[in-house]
Design a protein. Structure first.
Length: 386
């Protein structure tokens, strides 16, 4: 039962990018939020976002923000490779957390972050926003209640235009630490593992290709592979984030099939039901590009801005988290332990592809260390130089 007398919330937002702004606008409308603080290193962006969300305090240093006595919770919305410091500082301060995925881009750092969260006892959840979309909730309910019998096979195929990849590779100083699986394939992976949470993965086998993004940014184009579970069930996954910029999906197009002993469920999440074609450049999505003239509307995972407000799963996810804090309401957010597991699995996909062999699960940080990743990153650059 939810608490009848809700608690007040003082919120710190670390990172004033797209997601920080989206979530901050939702936070600003929640009746239990008394204080909003923003930590953003870029002064112009800090001013813009602070004005938009009505921030009470603005700083470039998240430590200064966490020291404010009003702060009881924090949203970590920095770039993916900058999560570790703010998470550790917030856990030390005892703040409840909503963390953008992943916990870290490095498995050893993710282990460190998870240990800090668990030892501090803070309530920390991770932003796997797809869990708040009705289609995946409906699929979860059918699997959970046994409508398909025992699930024996799941397939997922994710297609993305390369704007997301190029932006991620541009923002990191270590391209070897990210990949299509770690940054984007993890969303489909989380949905499938959430659906199959009663099953234990024991092995992964995968391959990758880098012919398009390798010469451009030492990146991986696509990864395909298979997880085997202890009971023999299979999950086949593929993701490419190297499709041309003009590919109409602003971000994500996903197909999922779930087969059980008593039934089958297919989910078309490609967003081809609403197609916009225009002579004007499109500003939709993760990293808008002036050459795009066609859009699959609804393919931007956070949702859509309509009538001045964000509508869709990220709004529902954020509001649900605030209600979790204020009223102790049960939610379907991914836990920090689940987020670490998803990073481990994506790293196992990359490790299997790199070493061209099956990998026993789970893996530890030493199995996917950075020296191996750096060696992999040097290969496309060397090929391009030749």
């Amino acid at each position: 039962m939810a608490r009848k007398n809700p608690s007040r919330i003082g919120l710190a937002i670390v990172g004033g990018g797209r997601v920080g702004l989206f979530r901050g606008a939702v936070v600003a409308r929640h009746p239990q939020v008394d204080f909003i603080g923003l930590a953003e290193t870029k002064p112009d962006r800090a001013k813009e976002v602070a004005t938009a969300i009505g921030a009470d305090f603005v700083t470039a240093d998240y430590r200064e923000l966490f020291a404010r006595p009003e702060v009881t919770a924090a949203i970590i919305a920095t770039d993916e490779h900058l999560h570790v410091g703010p998470i550790l500082a917030a856990a030390e301060r005892g703040l409840a957390l909503l963390i953008e995925k992943p916990l870290a881009t490095n498995l050893s750092e993710s282990e460190r972050v998870l240990a800090a969260i668990e030892s501090s006892g803070v309530d920390a959840v991770v932003g796997y926003t797809q869990r708040f979309r009705r289609r995946w909730l409906a699929a979860k309910e059918k699997v959970r209640t046994g409508a398909l019998g025992d699930v024996t096979l799941v397939t997922s195929r994710a297609f993305m235009n390369r704007l997301v990849a190029l932006d991620n590779y541009k923002r990191t100083d270590n391209p070897a630490s990210i990949s299509p699986m770690v940054i984007s394939g993890t969303h489909a992976l989380d949905i499938v593992m959430w659906l199959m949470e009663a099953k234990r993965p024991v092995e992964v086998y995968a391959r990758s290709i880098d012919k398009a993004l390798g010469p451009l940014c030492a990146g991986i184009d696509a990864t395909a592979g298979m997880i085997t579970f202890a009971d023999g069930s299979l999950y086949h996954a593929s993701i490419s984030w190297a499709l041309p910029v003009v590919w109409p999906a602003a971000v994500y197009s996903l197909d999922v099939g779930i087969v059980g002993t008593e039934g089958v469920l297919t989910i078309d999440d490609t967003h081809r039901d609403m197609v916009l074609a225009t002579t004007a450049a499109q500003a939709e999505g993760y990293a808008p590009d002036s050459t795009r003239r066609v859009d699959f509307l609804g393919s931007y995972p956070p949702g859509d801005v309509a009538l001045g407000e964000l509508r869709g799963p990220m709004r529902e996810e954020t509001e649900s988290w605030l209600n979790r804090l204020a009223m102790k309401a049960a939610t379907q957010h991914a836990t920090a332990a689940e987020a670490h597991d998803r990073l481990m699995l994506t790293k196992a996909f990359d490790l299997s592809a790199r070493e061209k062999r099956a990998i026993a699960l789970p893996i530890r940080a030493g199995d996917a260390d950075d020296s191996r990743e750096e060696a992999r990153a040097e290969l496309p650059a060397a090929r391009a130089a030749r």
